[in-house]
Write a protein that binds this ligand. Structure first.
Ligand code: SF4
Length: 304
């Protein structure tokens, strides 16, 4: 494995490439990445890098977002079949229907969505900035269509922001497998532990949280917390960085079912092939990219 890693790092340098990896990627992928983070931080990195090539170790919509933000760069996804079932749940017909039914509403779209949906939207958001963005909208903007994640949308709706949040029935089929009983059972076993929950989880699970945080939010919270034991309610990949960065703290992952198979499709071999053959290049239709980029830029503006 070390030889493979060395080959990747040499080739990366030779080709002026940067490797971005999501926190749900396999440990060995996180180890060779220049930057590991959540969707928001990875999109920021994609927009700021000087590298000519971005190898995106994540799922399709993430590489697509990087390609939209950085049209002058070559964005590669090492595993072309790494998709996101939640992103694929919503179609243009669904979003058009919601807009016809709610003509005064603006559309806020979770970054975990395909380019066409982003292009149809007013603003994109991530789990770390969704509430902040809604808070910054003018008070007169009451109606908000939030897609595709009903759990994140419902979490925003519960923040007493005096908005009418119109939801779509989309959800992450990994986070939705985390159940209230899983939290209850772990909490009984480890009563001193602090419960961190990702807002893609079910409302009943969010209600049991001590803190509701994005993945990067969890990483930062744990680092700065005096607490020693944590129950982690999100995809299992985050455990690697949490344990690596905090050897004196204890982490309990919530459920064996909270594993995203798409995030685990990227292997070191595939990253090497990606750099060798410059594939799979992610391209977005120019007109869609312009509209989607405008919605993404509004996110950057509003989340400052
Ligand atoms: S964890 Fe959920 S939202 Fe994230 S890529 Fe996997 S299926 Fe999609």
């Amino acid at each position: 494995m070390e030889k493979l890693k060395e080959k990747i790092l040499n080739l990366k340098k030779e080709k002026n490439a940067v490797i971005l990896a999501h926190l749900y990627q396999l440990p060995e992928i996180q180890d060779i990445a220049d930057f590991v983070g959540d969707s928001y931080n990875l999109s920021k990195q994609a927009s700021q890098t000087d590298a000519k090539i971005i190898v995106f170790c994540g799922v399709y919509f993430m590489a697509e977002t990087a390609a939209i933000i950085s049209p002058d760069k070559k964005v590669l996804l090492p595993e072309i079949d790494a998709g996101c079932p939640m992103a694929d749940m919503i179609t243009i017909a669904d979003i058009e229907k919601l807009k016809i039914e709610n003509p005064k509403a603006i559309i806020i779209t979770y970054i975990n969505s395909n380019a066409e949906i982003k292009a149809y939207s007013d603003i994109v958001c991530t789990s770390s900035n969704a509430v902040k963005i809604v808070k910054k909208l003018p008070k007169c903007q009451k109606d908000i269509i939030f897609v595709p994640d009903k759990y994140l949308g419902n979490y925003i709706a519960k923040q007493n922001l005096d908005r009418n949040i119109i939801l779509f029935n989309g959800y992450c089929n990994v986070h939705s497998k985390i159940l209230p009983d899983d939290v209850k059972n772990l909490k009984e076993k480890h009563p001193n532990s602090f419960v961190l929950v990702h807002p893609e989880c079910r409302g009943e699970v969010i209600d049991m949280a001590d803190e509701v945080l994005s993945t990067t939010g969890m990483i930062n919270f744990v680092k700065n917390s005096a607490k020693k034991e944590f129950i982690i309610c999100t995809e299992i990949g985050i455990m690697y960085k949490l344990e690596k960065d905090n050897p004196n703290k204890i982490f309990y992952h919530i459920s064996k079912l909270a594993i995203c198979p798409n995030m685990k499709k990227t292997t070191l071999e595939k990253v090497l092939f990606s750099l060798e053959d410059l594939k799979y290049e992610i391209k977005v239709d120019k007109n869609i990219a312009i509209l989607a980029n405008s919605a993404i830029n509004k996110m950057f503006e509003l989340s400052k």
